[in-house]
Design a protein around this ligand. Sequence first.
Ligand code: DCP
Ligand code: CA
Length: 418
Amino acid sequence: MRLPGAQLSSCQKRRYIVHIDLDAFFASVEVLLNPSLKGKPLVVGGLPHERGVAATCSYEARKYGVHSGLPLRECYKLCPQAIFVRGNYHLYQAFSEKFFQILHDYTPDVEEASLDEAYLEFTRCNQLYSSFTEVAKDIKRRVEKEVGLSVSVGAASNKILAKLATRRAKPGGFFELQPGEEEEFLRELDISAIPGIGPKAQVMLRLLNVHKIADLWRLPLATLRSLFGVMGDELYLLSRGIDYRPLQTRGKSESFSRETTFLQDVWDRDLLLAHLAYLSDRLALALRQEKFYAQVIEVKARYSDFKTVSKRRFLSMPVQEMNRIYRVAEKLFLDLWDKSRLALRLVGVKGSQLVGERHLSLFEFYQEKDERLSQALDRVRERYGFTAVLTGREKMLGEVYEEDKGRGFILKTASLTR
Ligand code: DCP
Ligand code: CA
C-alpha cells in the first residue's frame, strides 16, 4: 500500500524536526547523584508499600515489567529486589531547566513538550548550519556532557515521525529517518506507538485485529471516525506519517483557559465530567466572543498531592463550539485520569493555537449544525442568563454551587486567563 504522505510532502518545503527525550529521566537523576544505584533496578515515586504509582523506573527495572504509572505494590511484586525512592520534583525541575537552556541555544523554534522532552525545528535555520544532522548530534553530546544524563534523539520531517524516531533510538541513541523510508519504518510499529491511541483505543482496535500501524492503514476514514469521533481524522493522518502540526513554541502560546479548584477533592466521575463540561462551555463562550477557533484543546488535572497531569490534542479542524470542545476534553480527561491514584483538586480546559477562521480541511465534511446551535444558545443566554440553558452534565453543578444571578456558577477559585 502506498502512503499518500509521500506525495503530499514532495510538493512542500521539507521540514527538519528533531525530537529529544531524556532516558528514564527521574531515575537517571537519582543515579547521577548516587552512583551506587547505577546498573540496579530502581523505582522512583514512593516506597514499596505506599499508596500511589511509580513515576518512572530505571531500564534495569523495566526488564521485570515495571513501568511508569504502575502501583508501587505491583512494582514490588514484580521486582522485590528493586530500590525504591520517593523522588524530588524540585530537583528534576532544575535538571529540566538546564536541559531546555541548552536546546534554546540552537534554534528559536523549541517546543517544550514535557519536563524532559522537546521538539526543535530547523527549517528556518538553513543559513545557519551546513548540516542539520551534525547539529542534532552535537545537541545530544552537549546535553550528555553538561546535564550529565543519557538522552535519545530522533530526526525526521515532522513531529510524529521525529518522535517515533526517538523511540527507535532509545536508550541513548540517535536515529534519523530518511525521506522515502517512512512507509517501511511505520509498517511494523505497534499501534500504541501513536500518541493518542491510549489503552482504551487499543482494546477497541485489537478487537478488529489491528495491531500494527500497517493494519491501521486498512481501516477507512469513516470507520476511524465512527470509532473515535473527531480524533479519527487525526489518527488517519498520523498513522500515515502525515503531520502538519507546527511547534508550540513559548512565544506563540496565546490561549484561553478555564480551570477551577474544587470545594473538596473529588473522586466522582460524573461530578468531574460536570465540571469539565461547564468549563468547556465557558471556554466556548470566550472563544466565540473573541471570534477565535482553537486548534489545540488541552485538559489539565491536579491530584490532591499536587501532581499535575495534562494532555492535549491537535485537531484537524479548529473548534469553537461547546459540544465539540467537550467531546475532545472528555476523551483527553478520561485518558489521563487515573482514578485509582488519588482524588482530584483541580481540572481545567484550555484552547490554544488560535485561528480567526477555519477552512474546510482535507478530511472534514464540516457540518454547520454545531455552529448554528451555538449561536442560538448565545442568544438565549443573552436574554435569560448563562445558566438558563445547560447540558445534562452541567446541571449537576447546580447541586454543588450557588448561581450568580443566572450569569454562571460561583466556583471556588475559577481562574480565567484572557
Ligand atoms: N512521569 C511521571 N508519571 C508518569 C510518567 C512520567 O511522573 N506516569 C515523569 C517521570 C519520568 C518523566 O516524567 O522520568 C519523563 O517521562 P517519560 O515518559 O519520558 O519517561 P522516562 O524519561 O522516565 O523514560 P523514557 O526513557 O522511556 O523516556
Ligand atoms: Ca523521557
